[in-house]
Design a protein around this ligand. Structure first.
Ligand code: ADP
Ligand code: MG
Length: 390
C-alpha cells in the first residue's frame, strides 16, 4: 500500500503539478458472499469490503473546476469539468462517476466552494462485479466530505453515491455495493437488510480457508438491459402477489408462503424470478446463521445452491460463470463456489482451503482457458475496512 501511495503521489505531481495540500485516499471494492439480486427485492445481502479497491489523490484548486485523471484510463488524459455545469456528458466517459457524486452532493445541499484535482487508480477489475463503480463513487464522496467539512456519515455517503449512480449515470443499482464499501470492516462481512438498512457485522473466520475470486473476463454486454429486465419481472410478480397476500417486498415472504401464493404470478418465467428472490433471501439468512455457528460446510453448501438458483431460476449466469463454478466444485478443498455480482459475466467467489489454493487456480484456470478460449484471472482476497485517508 505504501509503495502504491508513493507512486501515485509522484504521478499526481507529474499530472497536476506540485504545491498545496495533497491528500491520498482509498476506498475498497466489495464481494458479495451470498444474497444475489435480493437487494432491490427488499431482501438480505452479505457482502464484504476488500483490501483491493480505488486509490485517489486529491487537492483543492482555485478555478471552480474538477480536473480528473485516472491511471486506469490514462489515454483519456485529464478530464475537466466546470462546477457550474454538472450535467451528464458522454464525452466525460468514466469521469461521469465522480462528477455524478459532486452533482449528488450539490443536490443534497452540499455545494463545493472550490474545485478539485483528483487522480484515481483502481486495482480491482472494472465491470466485473467487484463494484469498481461504487468504489470510485464512495472514495469521491469521502474526499468531498473530508475536504469541505461536510461531515457526511458513511451511510449517507453510500446513499448519495447510490443516488448518483441511479440518477446521474442511469444505472438502476440497489444499495448493496455502496453500503458494503462505505461501511466495510476488516475481517467482517455485513449482513444487511436492504428493506430498512438494518445491518450487523459478522466475523468471517474461515479456519484455514480463504476467499478466492475468479474473474471470467467476459464483458457484461447485454447485462445492463437484462438487469433492468429482471428488476421489472420481480416488480410485476410482486404486484401480482400483493393481490393475495399483504407484503411490501418479495423479501417479506418465507419459502412456505411463496409456495402457498405463487399461483398468483401468471407467468412461468416471472414465477421463477420471484422464487429466486424469495429463496435466495432465506438462504442468506440461513448462511449467516451457519457462519455464526461456525458451520462453514453449510455456508458453502448454501453458496452452491445460490449459484444453481441464479443459473436455473434467475438465468443470469452463462457458460463462463457456469464453467468456473462447475470446475471449482470438482477441485479438492473447495467449500463453496458461486457467481457474484449481477452476473452475465464478471466474477465467481469461492471458499478454498489454503493448501489447495495453488492447485485450484492452476486447474480451474486451465479448464477455463481450454473451454472458453481466453484466460480467467484469480484474486486471493482479504477483507478490509471502508474508506480512509492513507
Ligand atoms: P463494476 O462496478 O462491476 O466494476 P461498472 O460497469 O458498474 O462495473 O463500473 C465500471 C466503470 O466505473 C468503469 O468503466 C469506469 O467508467 C468507472 N471506474 C471504476 N473504477 C475506475 C477507476 N479507477 N478509474 C476510472 N474509472 C473507473
Ligand atoms: Mg458497478
Amino acid at each position: 500500500m505504501q509503495k502504491i501511495k508513493e507512486e501515485l503521489l509522484a504521478k499526481f505531481i507529474a499530472v497536476f503539478g506540485s504545491g498545496g495540500q495533497i491528500t491520498p485516499y482509498f476506498a475498497p471494492g466489495r464481494v458479495n458472499l451470498i444474497g444475489e439480486h435480493t437487494d432491490y427485492n427488499g431482501g438480505h445481502v452479505f457482502p464484504c469490503a476488500l483490501t483491493i479497491g480505488t486509490y485517489a489523490i486529491a487537492r483543492k484548486n482555485t478555478n471552480r473546476s474538477l480536473r480528473l485523471y485516472s491511471v486506469n484510463f490514462d489515454e483519456l488524459g485529464v478530464i475537466t469539468v466546470s462546477l457550474d455545469d454538472l450535467s451528464y456528458a458522454k464525452e466525460d466517459d468514466w469521469a461521469n462517476y465522480p462528477k455524478g457524486v459532486v452533482w449528488a452532493f450539490a443536490e443534497k445541499g452540499m455545494k463545493l466552494n472550490a474545485g478539485l484535482d483528483i487522480l484515481y487508480f483502481g486495482n480491482i477489475p472494472n465491470s466485473s462485479g467487484l463494484s469498481s463503480s461504487a468504489s470510485i463513487e464512495v472514495v469521491t464522496g469521502y474526499i468531498l466530505s473530508q475536504t469541505f467539512g461536510f461531515n457526511t456519515s458513511f451511510v449517507d455517503i453510500a446513499l448519495i453515491s447510490q443516488f448518483a449512480e441511479n440518477k446521474f449515470n442511469g444505472v438502476n443499482c440497489g444499495i448493496m455495493d455502496q453500503f458494503a464499501i462505505a461501511m466495510g470492516k476488516k475481517d467482517h462481512a455485513i449482513f444487511l437488510d436492504t428493506s430498512n438498512l438494518e445491518y450487523e457485522y459478522a466475523p468471517i473466520q474461515l479456519e484455514g480457508a480463504k476467499i478466492v475470486i475468479a474473474c471470467s473476463n467476459k464483458k457484461r454486454g447485454l447485462g445492463d438491459s437484462k438487469y433492468n429486465e429482471r428488476r421489472t419481472e420481480c416488480e410485476t410478480a410482486l404486484e401480482e402477489l400483493k393481490k393475495v397476500v399483504a407484503i411490501n417486498t418479495l423479501g417479506d415472504l418465507s419459502e412456505e408462503q411463496f409456495e402457498q401464493y405463487k399461483d398468483a404470478i401468471k407467468d412461468d418465467v416471472r414465477r421463477k424470478r420471484a422464487k429466486h428472490a424469495v429463496y435466495e433471501n432465506q438462504r442468506t439468512i440461513q448462511a449467516v446463521n451457519a457462519l455464526k455457528a461456525n458451520d462453514i460446510a453449510t455456508f458453502g453448501k448454501l453458496m452452491n445452491e445460490s449459484h444453481v438458483s441464479l443459473r436455473d431460476d434467475y438465468e443470469v449466469t452463462g457458460i463462463e460463470l457456469d464453467t468456473l463454478v462447475a470446475t471449482s466444485l470438482e477441485q479438492e478443498g473447495v467449500i463453496g463456489s458461486r457467481m457474484t455480482g449481477a452476473g452475465f459475466g464478471g466474477c465467481t467467489v469461492s471458499i478454498v482451503k489454503e493448501e489447495a489454493i495453488d492447485s485450484f487456480i492452476k486447474n480451474v484456470g486451465e479448464v477455463y482457458l481450454q473451454k472458453i478460449g481466453y484466460k480467467a484471472d484469480f484474486y486471493v482476497v482479504e477483507i478490509g475496512n471502508g474508506p480512509c485517508i492513507l
